[in-house]
Design a protein around this ligand. Structure first.
Ligand code: PLP
Length: 361
């Protein structure tokens, strides 16, 4: 069997050691003769798994004590609704910074729940697509919160500095960047992430919320989206996605073993630098993002001759390099190189790209 490297943007590949451990424990978890997914979420066995996963995430991200960590249903998009329902009181508005597809989608959903002010921050410059520095964003000092997406999964745009909001609570959709590099959690009011990029299987979302932001949900908030209720019940108001929670725990454990977030950040830097270098050094491939804002996780690239797109994808697939097709809204190719993608996978992609260029040129 050829070695396959899966570059899917999400659900994305999981670390091999995690998959092997899950396989080994699948039908008999810790001599219970049960799968984790067959255990009561309230059993002491599952509660231990759940608590350990939270503790490991807290350690990895250095989450301060005054933040709650919630394991929720509904993926990233579920949070597009949950955030305004929980944080946008009547009579207030929220600022939504739009830097690409996902932040735009978050704003479009939030409009259903209150007054939303959209702030477009992408500029087209000679160096490519760029993001306005946050000091220039037209933020409202009275906003209930500012929402932004530090890594735009579709567009391949990443913001590496945390915007200054002058005391207005900052909410970040970190679905595709969480755990890829160190961040200072204390600068955020709320961080959320759908799991299927850097954490585990789809369906699960993790919410990290500062506790002074609780207790203000709109009356109409569905209980499974009510942060206060979820926090007060240890994310077990209803049955949480237990198997996804367990797998997330295995991923956290794997990341700790590997040396934590700073260590994976180094590897991520290295992988992305190699790939962007390959693109920049050739006239055959291109990327249109200003180098300061290039994503470390999602690398879109285009063949200068787009007629070769399907040939590129077919040959890549045959070489074991899968899911490289770009998002339908931007075209071209996209290599998602999350934490679980080994350096060898990126190297294999680069070798293939060079060979393809030589052969068809
Ligand atoms: C994938 C993704 C989402 C959507 O997640 P779902 O679980 O499909 O709802 C939201 N935001 C960002 C930045 C993403 O990458």
């Amino acid at each position: 069997m050829t070695q396959v490297y899966n570059f899917c943007a999400g659900p994305a590949m999981l670390p091999k050691p995690v998959m092997l451990k899950a396989q080994q424990e699948f039908i008999n978890w810790h001599d219970t003769e049960c799968s984790v997914m067959e255990l009561s979420h309230r059993s002491k066995e599952f509660v231990a798994v759940a608590k350990q996963a939270e503790a490991d995430l807290r350690e990895l991200m250095v989450i301060p004590e005054n933040y709650k960590v919630l394991f929720c249903h509904g993926g990233g998009r579920g949070q597009f609704s949950a955030v305004p329902l929980n944080l946008l009181p009547q009579g207030k508005s929220a600022d939504y910074v739009v830097s690409g597809s996902w932040s735009k989608a978050a704003a479009a959903e939030a409009i259903n729940f209150g007054e939303i002010n959209i702030i477009d921050v992408v500029n087209e410059t000679p160096e490519g697509k760029s993001v306005q520095p946050s000091e220039q964003w037209q933020l409202n000092k009275e906003a209930a919160y500012v929402h932004y997406c530090p890594n735009e999964t579709v567009d391949g745009i990443e913001m590496f500095t945390v915007p200054e909001t002058n005391g207005v609570p900052l909410v970040a959709d970190m679905s595709s960047t969480i755990l890829s590099r160190a961040i200072d959690v204390s600068k955020f009011a709320l961080i959320y992430a759908g799991a299927q990029k850097n954490i585990g299987p789809s369906g699960l979302a993790i919410v990290i919320v500062r506790d002074d932001l609780l207790n203000q949900a709109a009356k109409t908030t569905p209980s499974i989206m009510n942060y206060t209720l979820i926090a007060n019940n240890g994310s077990m108001h209803n049955t949480p996605p237990t198997y996804a929670w367990y797998l997330a725990g295995l991923v956290f454990d794997w990341l700790k073993e590997l040396g934590g977030v700073n260590k994976i950040a180094e590897l991520n830097q290295q992988k992305a630098a190699l790939l962007y270098q390959t693109i920049d050094q050739s006239d055959f491939y291109s990327n249109n993002i200003d180098s300061q804002y290039r994503s470390l996780m999602n690398v879109p690239f285009w063949l200068v001759n787009e007629e070769l797109n399907s040939e590129f994808l077919a040959q890549a697939e045959a070489a074991g390099l899968t899911a490289l097709k770009g998002h339908r809204s931007v075209g071209g190719m996209r290599a998602s190189i999350y934490n679980a993608m080994p350096l060898a996978g990126v190297q294999a992609l680069i070798d293939f790209m060079k060979k393809f260029e030589q052969e068809v040129n």
